[in-house]
Design a protein around this ligand. Structure first.
Ligand code: PEP
Ligand code: MG
Length: 586
């Protein structure tokens, strides 16, 4: 039962992924240990110590395996990162302290927990940042020992029932994808905005999600009934029968619309005045390529490869990259597949030893995407090699994310050339003329779009980040979600500039940010002269339907009008008038 018992209790949040869902809540408890304290009787204390010894041995073995893997894949410099874990585990004082608490009657888990807390508390008073950072290592080791004592690898979603609605304070993209197989109906979270990666994953799965609900996880209990309205950004707790009926009708309408959209598969994406644009799909897993092609996508406009790095302990090697990309190539036949090199960092945090941006104070401005690849070329090379090898089996292209200046593009290309050379000496087949593109998602790149376009084959606008970085609005922070505005005059002018600059160099432009998937903005992007829309597979047909109802000429007239204005209301009025005339409702 809800702690809040109000019937039809509406909580407002951010409409993160379209659609409505009704079902029972599964409240996901975050991965924090609630260590149980038990008193161990005197006669069982030596047994408890043996249990601890065994957990230490298992933990040591786990760390050694990770060390060997890291060493062979990345070299000894990277492997050294986890040497600190081994040192701590073998520290006789550490074990002595834990034994002492067991001798006093604590159970082993609680004794480890106490010692870890004691050590980290003493580190917290140290001013040196390096030592402070070691707190994470200490906690990691403690967690590993406790995992082994409890005989478990954390499986927070193991009790998840199919058909429920997951309610959580926060879901990392890694957690979201780990439940992708579970066939859940929707997500509701306390935090997050419309373009957080959790929202994007939900869109990819075509399930409704509402984020930024602030305290939903604390007022809902597992088993409570809940409605998620991802179109309006609300959750309704304890829905009455009347409300359930209304939502059932809405679900029927959605299902009918889906069927209607199916009929569009065989038609091209052309406006009423015969202007053709491309509609491609964004994916983050090879499995989604099937959905993309089933929905008639004309290629993959963005393959977010960083998802491959989540929920694992070792880096993917080139063979794994190769296999994943070939899987997509098999699915898409000769259609283009744009593989974006890893964009780890920001809210896509992987914890693979060195790749742990949770430790950065401002990860969106930190070691993210191409910056990380250029800093750790070994990781980058493994991916580039996998992509090149796969390029012999399909129209595979490479796209670099987060490019802020021409030097980064050249540095990335230099590494690519080295990898090509390597493959040649190894006699491995690949496409020597593989197409290269950049994402434009940072204002500095917008201002040099023309120069960038001279050196690439295609350009893709990442509006999710472009809006975040231009307006200084954190894309995952619900407190500023109202300021995250694709219609801000500066954003509109940026997009127009990128398209014009790229076209001046004969280079095609796509938008792969969420703006491309929102039908309220289709007319604007069309009017700017955008060549391709790249959207989650579940939106391909909806965007196609919208384009087929639009006039290119009228779109061009509308954008001329909005580009003249610097006032939000005027822009909004002009866009609303246009969308009403052409029935572009999201
Ligand atoms: C974007 O920024 O618009 C984009 C498509 O990339 P991501 O959402 O993965 O940052
Ligand atoms: Mg981006």
């Amino acid at each position: 039962m809800n702690k809040e018992k109000r019937i039809d209790f509406i909580v407002h949040g951010v409409a993160a992924s379209a659609g409505v869902a009704f079902g029972k809540a599964f409240v996901f408890q975050e991965d924090v240990y609630n260590i149980e304290k038990r008193t161990v009787l005197l006669e069982f204390r030596s047994q408890e110590k043996k249990r601890l010894e065994k957990a230490f041995e298992d933990t040591k073995a786990d760390i050694e395996v990770a060390h060997i893997k890291l060493n062979s894949e990345l070299g000894k410099d990277y492997a050294r990162i986890i040497d600190a874990h081994l040192l701590m585990l073998e520290d006789p004082d550490f074990k002595k302290d834990v034994f002492k608490f067991i001798s006093e009657g604590d159970n082993a888990e609680y004794a480890v927990h106490k010692v870890i807390n004691k050590i980290t508390a003493s580190f917290e008073t140290i001013k040196d940042d390096y030592f402070k950072e070691r707190i994470h290592d200490i906690r990691d080791v403690g967690e590993k020992i406790i995992d082994n004592l409890l005989g478990k690898k954390k499986e927070s979603f193991s009790n998840l029932q199919e058909g429920c609605i997951v309610v959580a304070h926060n879901l990392t993209p890694a957690e979201t994808i780990s439940i992708r197989e579970k066939k859940i109906k929707g997500f509701a979270t306390d935090i997050g905005g419309k373009t957080s990666h959790t929202a994007i994953v939900a869109q990819g799965l075509a399930i409704p999600a509402v984020t930024g609900l602030r305290n939903i996880a604390s007022i809902v209990c597992s088993g409570d009934e809940i409605i998620i309205n991802g179109n309006k950004g609300i959750a309704i707790l304890n829905p009455s029968n009347e409300t359930i009926d209304i939502y059932k009708k809405e679900l029927d309408i959605e299902l009918n619309e889906k069927k209607e959209l199916e009929n569009l598969k065989k038609f091209v994406s052309v406006t009423i005045d015969n202007h053709k644009v491309g509609i491609l799909a964004n994916i983050d897993d090879p499995g989604e390529a099937k959905v993309a092609s089933d929905n008639g996508a004309e290629g993959i406009g963005l393959y977010r490869t960083e998802f491959m790095y989540f929920n694992r302990e070792v880096m993917p090697v080139e063979k794994e990259h190769f296999e994943k990309y070939c899987e997509v190539a098999n699915q898409m036949s000769d259609l283009p597949i744009i593989i974006r090199t890893i964009d780890l960092g920001g809210d896509k945090l992987a914890k693979l030893g060195l790749l742990d941006s949770t430790q950065e104070k401002n990860p969106f401005m930190g070691l993210r995407a191409i910056r990380l690849c250029l800093k750790y070329p070994k990781i980058f090379r493994a991916q580039l090699k996998g992509i090149l090898m796969a390029s012999a089996f399909g129209d595979i292209r490479i796209m670099y994310p987060m490019i802020s200046g021409i030097e980064e593009l050249r540095a990335a290309n230099k590494i690519l050339e080295q990898v090509k050379k390597e493959l040649k000496t190894e006699n491995v087949a690949f496409n020597e003329n593989i197409k290269i593109g950049v994402m434009i998602e940072i204002p500095s790149a917008v201002l040099i779009a023309r120069e960038l376009a001279k050196e690439v084959d295609f350009v893709s606008i990442g509006t999710n980040d472009l809006i975040q970085y231009s307006l200084a609005v954190d894309r995952v922070n619900e407190n500023v979600a109202n300021l995250y505005d694709p219609l801000h005059p500066s954003i509109l002018r940026f997009i127009k500039k990128i398209i014009d600059d790229a076209h001046a160099e004969g280079v095609k432009v796509s938008v792969c940010g969420e703006m491309a998937a929102d039908t309220r903005y289709t007319g604007i992007l069309l009017g700017f002269g955008l060549d391709e829309f790249s959207v989650v597979p579940s939106r391909v047909l909806k965007i196609k339907k919208t384009i087929r109802g639009l006039s290119f000429e009228k779109s061009q007239e509308m954008v001329l009008e909005i580009l003249k204005s610097s006032e939000k209301q005027q822009i909004l009025d002009a866009v609303d008038r246009f969308n009403e005339e052409f029935k572009c409702l999201n």
